[in-house]
Design a protein around this ligand. Structure first.
Ligand code: NZQ
Ligand code: ZN
Length: 395
């Protein structure tokens, strides 16, 4: 296990009926006016907007709104948000939605105090050290953005989907009421589950050894996500399954699993961001395609780990190390297929010539990865595997 500092500054309020607390939490920070940031309107249909507004009113918090954040949030909306925030002298930001809304809010929060172009924080030219206080009401459990300092934004003209990270971007308070996720379309629940599993795998497969507690936490989270998702596919309103999935997704990327690790591999995420940047698909769906391809490509770097994954997650134990590793990757793909995810680039309409477009886009982030440092040729090979991602091993 490596030395670590674990410091998560977000206060997390969890459970049914907790959204009504948001106004009070903002008031406690001495804030009287916020920018209310949300997406395409799901919160108006499922009653979340009303709950939030009532709580703001009860606590005499004024607000101005910037809505219309799209999945894979765009830089242009961030600029709009910064302008409105400045013009109205808001003192904080309240993000109500999924990871896209929260990430967009983080960019606005950081951009508020930066005189230059906030894209500089994403292209590595500027490190965010000051931001408006951020509050969130989460409506989709997936990214962990409600309890971390990361933000991922897409610059439309260049199709660069890049990330930034800062201590200043941790939300002050986040509220998770799992019941508001009853209205999620099935594919969004599933995208969230795949994203959460992928975050766990980024740490699990980063090559750190001697980190047994983290390994077991990781395996427990993945098993819980799988079980909860299967229950939700039958009954989207199962409160315990929603709660377990929600808390698992938060724990997957709130710093807990990174403690004592090498910081995670993150190559699959970088490769996926190019897929969702070019094809505008959901991040989770992109990961269902890319992660198994990456696993396939790097498995021999740490085959014992892959054998363990097969055993602990899918109860595969043929007594043939190496074979188990392959069967484990196969089982993951089969499960992704079973829950309705694409597992190949072909399935999202990509053509063979798109592989080079993807390489060109992703190579801007290279070298990437910890378990295996990936250069251009490796990136190309992974996209080639992902293009077909065949189910190879019969069980
Ligand atoms: O826009 P609205 O109308 O709200 O609809 C949203 C959106 O269309 C809908 N939705 C959300 N909650 C709902 C709901 N529909 C019905 N009922 C509800 N309760 O779901 C759709 C997808 O929302 P989005 O926020 O895009 O999904 P997600 O939370 O998966 O966020 C994905 C974004 O986060 C980034 C991804 O790359 C992607 O851009 N990530 C952020 C990370 C972070 N900040 O730490 C890490 C991740 O690895 C990831 O890269
Ligand atoms: Zn992710």
């Amino acid at each position: 296990m490596k030395n670590f500092v674990f410091h998560n500054a977000t206060k997390l309020i969890f459970g049914e009926g907790t959204i009504s607390k948001i106004g009070e939490e903002i008031k406690k920070e001495g804030i009287k006016k916020v920018l209310l940031h949300y997406g395409g309107g799901s919160i108006k249909k499922n009653g979340v907007y009303e709950q939030v507004i009532n709580s703001l009113k009860e606590n005499n918090i004024e607000w101005v709104e910037v809505s219309g954040v799209k999945p894979n949030p765009r830089l242009s909306k961030v600029y709009e948000g910064i302008k409105v925030a400045k013009d109205n002298n808001v003192e904080g930001i309240l993000a109500v939605g999924g990871g896209s809304v929260i990430d967009s809010a983080k960019a606005i929060a950081g951009g508020y105090y930066y005189d230059g172009d906030i894209w500089d924080a994403y292209s590595g030219k500027y490190a965010i050290s000051k931001a408006l206080p951020l509050f969130t009401v989460l409506t989709l459990s997936a990214t962990g953005s409600e309890m971390n300092g990361n933000s991922v934004i897409t610059k439309e003209e260049t199709k660069q989907k890049w990330s930034t990270s800062s201590k200043a971007l941790y939300p002050k308070v986040s509220i998770i009421d799992p019941t508001v996720q009853y209205t999620l379309p099935t594919n969004q629940t599933v995208n969230g589950a795949v994203d959460a599993i992928s975050h766990v795998m980024e740490f699990y497969f980063d090559g750190t050894s001697g980190n047994e507690i983290q390994s077991q936490l990781a395996e427990g989270i993945i098993r819980t996500v799988i079980n909860s998702t299967e229950i939700l596919l039958e009954n989207p309103k199962d409160y315990d399954a929603r709660s377990n999935l929600a808390w698992s997704a938060t724990l997957a990327l709130n710093g807990l699993l990174g403690a004592g690790s090498s910081g995670g591999d993150w190559a699959s995420h970088a490769l996926e961001h190019s897929v969702s940047a070019l094809f505008d698909i959901a991040h989770g769906a992109g990961l269902a395609i890319i992660f198994p391809a990456w696993l396939e490509y790097v498995k021999n770097e740490n085959i014992d780990r892959f054998d363990r994954f097969a055993k602990e997650i899918f109860s595969i134990d043929t007594g043939n190390p190496g074979i188990d590793a392959n069967l484990g990757i196969q089982a993951l793909k089969e499960w992704y297929k079973k829950i309705g995810q694409p597992i190949s680039l072909k399935e999202i309409g990509a053509k063979e010539e798109d592989i080079e477009r993807l390489v060109e886009n992703a190579v801007q982030m290279s070298p990437m990865g910890k378990l295996k440092k990936l250069e251009e040729k490796d990136i190309r090979e992974i996209y080639k595997i992902a293009y077909e991602n065949k189910l190879l091993f019969a069980r």
